[in-house]
Ligand binder design. Structure first.
Ligand SMILES: Cc1ncc(COP(=O)(O)O)c(C=O)c1O
Length: 418
């Protein structure tokens, strides 16, 4: 098989991470006559050349459908595609590769658990416990299954800093809860949930736990066995891989007992009109031709992150988030939204009475990309009594110059609106 032209060097210290910016071709461009400052990685991160090249090489030389072929291209495609499963299993420390289900993203992963795991076991009056911090993708799938089963949602409150009330969570767990589903890291506020302790509490009451890891995977080391969760959902496009790729990690014993989520090719061993025998894990949950090139690209992204080391990424981003928070706090008229003690990568804010959309547009004129709005977390906005925020979010490729450019662009916005 042809090899991608980009090479990854192994890094030895945190300072080296600043050099990784050069790995991302999209960051080398001018936007509105200014060098791009990309502070929207929580919505979607940029891709390093190694990911882009790996996908292009696959498309050029190795493309074929996976699993079913006897010819060489199909073997190559299958090897690369299944290689990603091994890479991800090792990256998250799954107990085995069968526990890694490929999906189109966090959203599909959560819907799969809601429908295949929860729906058969829920009845009228049963409770599913979420928090006020959740992304819509970790709310609406549970509302759907509640409509189907007459189960109900319970919501753990947060405080003014955007921290989950863990005392209340402990209380609520004892109210007939059949499933707990929470974000590892909040996309709107960046709050990190104490997931290991929460899982322990839930398990002591026999309650299974799904963690929405969409915003954790690009920023920190995630070890699903150490955390002890039953399901862990994440998206490739937020961790430097392609869109339309994602993973559901599930504990093998639970996945074995669950019915398939969708029917179609590849998820069967034998089909007759009177009876179909489903495939083994993980294929039972992977109906139809998958996103082959995307998953091969995600494998390259995971190897890229592994070479850098997630602890190095976390240390670099912590330093940067502290710098960003202090610089933003010093801007007159700026209100920080989300000030939890334990945070990753994200800072939401409001500036004077400038509408976040106007602010985002003015920043874009200066080459600074941030996100504005409710960030698919309307209950968080409701809690703070605001329609939306401006949100700057970091990736491993950001540096202090990016923060300085953000702050300078905010100063310009202030003069335009004064
Ligand atoms: C915390 C969180 N959960 C779920 C999602 C949904 O991810 P996707 O749209 O990739 O399925 C996102 C995306 O922003 C997110 O930030």
């Amino acid at each position: 098989m042809s090899k991608p032209s980009s090479k990854i060097s192994v890094l030895n210290d945190v300072d080296d991470i600043s050099n990784r910016r050069a790995d991302f071709p999209a960051l080398r461009q001018q936007i509105n006559d200014h060098p791009l400052v990309y502070l929207d990685s929580a919505a979607s991160s940029q891709q390093p050349a190694i990911v882009i090249d790996t996908i292009a090489d696959y498309q050029r030389h190795d493309h074929a459908n996976v699993h079913r072929g006897v010819h060489t291209l199909s073997h190559r495609a299958t090897e690369a595609y299944e290689g990603t499963r091994d890479d991800i299993a090792s990256f998250i420390n799954a107990n085995n590769r069968h526990e890694v289900i490929f999906t189109s993203g966090t959203t599909e992963s959560i819907n799969l658990v809601a429908q295949s795991f929860c729906r058969p076991m829920l009845g009228a009056g049963d409770k599913i416990l979420l928090t006020q911090l959740e992304h819509h993708s970790n709310i609406v799938p549970w509302q759907l299954v509640c409509e189907q089963t007459a189960a109900e949602l319970l919501i753990v409150p947060i405080d003014n800093s955007g921290t989950i009330d863990t005392d209340e969570l402990r209380q609520l767990l004892q109210s007939g809860v059949k499933m707990l589903a929470i974000a590892h890291v909040s996309n709107a506020l960046g709050s990190i949930a104490p997931v290991k302790a929460i899982v322990e509490q839930a398990h002591s009451l026999g309650i299974p736990v799904l963690l929405d890891g969409a915003q954790a995977m690009p920023h920190m080391s995630v070890d699903v066995q150490d955390i002890g969760c039953d399901f862990y959902a994440f998206s490739g496009h937020k961790m430097f891989g392609p869109t339309g790729t994602g993973v559901l990690y599930g504990r093998e014993s639970l996945l074995e007992a669950m019915p398939p989520y969708q029917g179609g090719g590849d998820m069967i061993l034998e089909v007759r009109f009177d009876k179909t025998v489903y495939n083994d894990l993980p294929y039972k949950f992977e109906a139809g031709t998958p996103n082959i090139s995307g998953m091969i690209g995600l494998g390259a992204a995971v190897r890229y992150l592994q070479a850098i080391g997630m602890d190095n990424v976390a240390a670099h981003e912590k330093r940067l988030l502290d710098y960003m928070t202090s610089q933003l706090a010093a801007v007159e008229g700026l209100r920080l939204i989300g000030t939890a003690d334990n945070k990753a990568s994200v800072q939401s804010f409001l500036l004077d009475d400038i509408h976040p959309h106007d602010l985002g547009t003015i920043l874009d004129h200066q080459g600074v990309a941030i996100r504005t709005g409710h960030h698919c977390a309307m209950p968080v906005m409701e809690y703070f009594g605001i329609p939306g925020t401006a949100r700057a979010s970091l990736g491993l490729y950001n540096n202090e110059d990016d923060i300085d450019r953000l702050v300078a662009a905010l100063a310009k916005a202030k003069t335009l609106f004064s």
